[in-house]
Design a protein around this ligand. Structure first.
Ligand code: HEC
Ligand code: HEC
Length: 259
């Protein structure tokens, strides 16, 4: 009980200072500049591993997120994409109240730290068993993907580092669906304008079909973990205790120092 309360106080304190900080200093423009700088730096993987301890409680020691899609898989993502998302979340250009306090300079650090943790994440192998859709409309999904998405996200879903277009193969279906919907309706303010226009006329069936197809695009062999792989950097982490969204509200994040 005491332990729980201690964590709650920490999270509230973080939230409070984070809110004050971001309102003063940091908007979408500053985020863009910091992301640009971070992308140009040479990352330090060792440091990245240290920093990843902050992220482990939510994204998991393997970086695979949760199969219900509440936490995305971050493993394998292109560094430029991770960096841009971190900066956008920090600038509140992408709403992520759960993660926001952990994106603050006082916790995460600056451009060099963003580069370090992004490089660490990029090198993590991806899960072989992500969440899929229902699977009954994959031909339509494939057709749509090739015509409407591949020009930016790549023919295999590999993304594009130069334009920080996310790699989408192997991502959890339920996460893809939430982001797609938020992008479409403008809730995700950092969205790509051209993509937003392109997906406006999609019907519900088409959305499900194309994202089901995307979730089934396999990462290349070199980027996928063997079944049962466990990240040796976090041998002591109890994987049964990864918080579910509900638990997270009752039991605010631990400090992530295990491992
Ligand atoms: C308290 C939980 C929590 C912690 C700690 C946390 N995250 Fe997250 N993160 C989330 C949630 C929830 C989302 C998805 C939000 C949404 O649906 O838009 C997310 C999204 C992301 C995304 C966007 C992924 C994408 O494909 O769009 C990145 C990148 C990310 N987190 C990286 C990190 C890194 C790096 C750390 C550690 C420095 C970290 N997170 C710590 C909860 C957390
Ligand atoms: C004009 C280029 C473009 C097109 C076309 C496009 N996208 Fe995107 N998409 C982007 C960019 C750029 C982002 C990242 C924006 C940001 O947050 O910085 C993105 C983000 C996403 C995300 C969120 C990924 C994550 O990890 O958070 C999903 C899902 C997605 N796109 C799916 C699709 C699908 C499916 C299609 C086709 C129906 C499509 N996109 C068409 C450029 C495009």
């Amino acid at each position: 009980m005491y332990f729980k309360f201690g964590n709650m106080a920490l999270v509230l304190a973080l939230l409070f200072s984070a809110t004050a900080w971001s309102q003063q200093n940091y908007g979408p423009q500053a985020a863009m500049e910091e992301a640009k700088l971070a992308i140009s730096l040479t990352p330090d993987l060792e440091q990245g591993r240290e920093l990843y301890k902050i992220c482990v409680v939510c994204h998991g020691p393997e970086g695979w997120g949760s199969s219900n899609g509440y936490y995305p898989q971050v493993a394998g993502q292109l560094p430029s994409v991770t960096i841009k998302q971190l900066a956008d979340i920090r600038a509140r250009n992408r709403d992520n109240p759960t993660m926001f306090p952990f994106s603050m300079p006082s916790v995460l650090g600056g451009a060099q730290e963003m580069a370090n943790v992004a490089a660490y994440i990029a090198a993590l192998p991806m899960t072989p068993v992500n969440d899929f859709g229902p699977g009954h409309d994959l031909e339509l999904g494939e057709r749509l993907y090739k015509h409407e998405c591949a020009e930016c996200h790549g023919d295999q879903g590999q993304g594009d580092a130069k334009d920080h277009v996310p790699l989408v193969y192997g991502q959890h279906y339920s996460y893809l669906k939430r982001q797609f919907t938020w992008i479409r309706y403008g809730k995700r303010r950092n969205a790509d304008e051209k993509m937003v226009k392109q997906i406006q006329r999609f019907t519900g069936r088409e959305v499900s079909a194309v994202l089901d197809y995307v979730s089934r695009l396999r990462p290349p062999a070199g980027k996928m973990a063997p079944k049962e792989w466990r990240n040796p950097d976090f041998p002591a982490f109890s994987r049964r205790n990864l918080p579910t969204p509900m638990l997270l509200h009752e039991q605010p994040a631990r400090t992530g120092s295990e491992g």
